[in-house]
Design a protein around this ligand. Structure first.
Ligand code: ZN
Length: 288
C-alpha cells in the first residue's frame, strides 16, 4: 500500500465515525420531533409516515432528510406551500450536535474527562476498534442519552406538556443503570457507582426544589444522576451564561423570548460541562 494512502486511513476512519454519530443524532432528533408532536395527542409514534401538519399530505422520504430536507424546501410544504416550523430542523440539528459531543468525547480517548479518569493513551477510532475502551464508550453513550432526554424535556417545557411520571422513572432508572455499570458518574473516582449516582440525583432534587418548574426539576435530577453532584453544580453555574446567549439570539432573530425554556439553557450548560470537564475541574480544584 502506498504510504500517503496509509496515512489517510486513520483520519478518514475518525471522520467517518464522527459523521456517522452526527447523522445518527440528527435522525434520532427527527424521531424525537415525531414523538413530541404525536405522544401528547395520543397518536402512535411508530405507525404512519410523517405528514404535513397543514394539509395532511404524506412527506416524501427525500424531503424528510434531517435539516437538509427543510432547507431544500425553504421551510415550506411541497404540496400546499404552508410554512413548516423551523423548530423541526433546529431539533434535528441540536440532536446532531449531541452526536458531535459524543464523537469528541470518544475520539479524544476521554481527554475531555478530568485527568486520570481514562487512560488517554489512545485516540481516534483506535479507542473503539483496536484498543476498545468500553467503559469510556458507555459513559459517552450515557452522556449522549442524557443530552437527548434533556432536549425532549426542554421541548415538553416549550409546549407546556407534562412529562408522564413513568417516562421520568424509566429515564432515571435507565441512565442510573448505564452510569453505575460504567463506574459511576465520576467514573470510578472512588465511591461505588450507584451511591454516587444517588447522591447526584439527591443534589438535583435539592437544586430543583428551588425552581417552580417541573420539567427543569426532573432534568436536574437526571443530570445529577449521570454527572455527579460536583459537575451538576458547575453546569447550574453555566446556565445563566447559556440563558444570556439564548436571549441574545432570540432578540437578534426576532423569535419570541419569553422566560423559557430554561431546559434549553440546562441542555447547553450540560453539553458545555461535559466537553470542558477537564478544564473546569482545573479552574475549580474542588469540583470533580
Ligand atoms: Zn402541506
Amino acid at each position: 500500500m502506498p504510504a500517503p494512502f496509509e496515512r489517510l486511513i486513520e483520519p478518514l476512519t475518525d471522520a467517518t465515525i464522527a459523521v456517522f454519530l452526527c447523522v445518527l443524532g440528527a435522525n434520532i432528533g427527527s424521531f424525537l420531533n415525531v414523538v413530541m408532536h404525536r405522544a401528547p395527542r395520543g397518536e402512535s409514534v411508530v405507525r404512519g409516515g410523517s405528514r404535513c401538519p397543514a394539509c395532511g399530505s404524506r412527506v416524501r422520504w427525500h424531503d424528510n432528510v434531517p435539516v437538509i430536507g427543510w432547507l431544500l424546501l425553504g421551510g415550506r410544504c411541497r404540496d400546499c406551500g404552508g410554512g413548516i416550523s423551523p423548530r423541526y430542523p433546529l431539533v434535528e440539528a441540536a440532536a446532531g450536535l449531541v452526536g458531535a459531543v459524543a464523537a469528541v468525547e470518544v475520539l479524544s480517548g476521554g481527554r475531555t474527562f478530568p485527568e486520570g479518569r481514562f487512560g488517554g493513551w489512545h485516540a481516534g477510532a483506535d479507542v473503539l476498534l483496536v484498543h476498545a475502551d468500553w467503559q469510556l464508550a458507555a459513559v459517552c453513550a450515557a452522556h449522549a442519552a442524557l443530552l437527548l432526554i434533556l432536549l425532549c424535556w426542554a421541548l415538553a417545557e416549550l409546549d407546556r406538556v407534562a412529562v408522564p411520571g413513568r417516562w421520568f422513572i424509566a429515564a432515571a432508572a435507565g441512565l442510573a443503570a448505564i452510569t453505575t455499570a460504567a463506574g459511576g458518574p465520576t467514573v470510578g473516582a472512588g465511591w461505588p457507582g450507584l451511591a454516587e449516582a444517588a447522591v447526584g440525583a439527591g443534589a438535583g432534587l435539592v437544586l430543583g426544589w428551588a425552581v417552580p418548574n417541573l420539567w427543569l426539576r426532573q432534568s436536574l435530577v437526571l443530570s445529577g444522576t449521570i454527572l455527579g453532584w460536583q459537575a451538576l453544580f458547575t453546569a447550574v453555574l453555566i446556565m445563566p451564561l447559556a440563558a444570556m446567549v439564548r436571549m441574545a439570539i432570540c432578540r437578534a432573530t426576532g423569535w419570541r423570548t419569553g422566560t423559557g425554556p430554561t431546559g434549553c439553557d440546562l441542555l447547553v450548560a450540560v453539553a458545555t460541562q461535559v466537553l470542558a470537564w477537564r478544564w473546569l475541574v482545573a479552574a475549580w480544584p474542588r469540583a470533580g
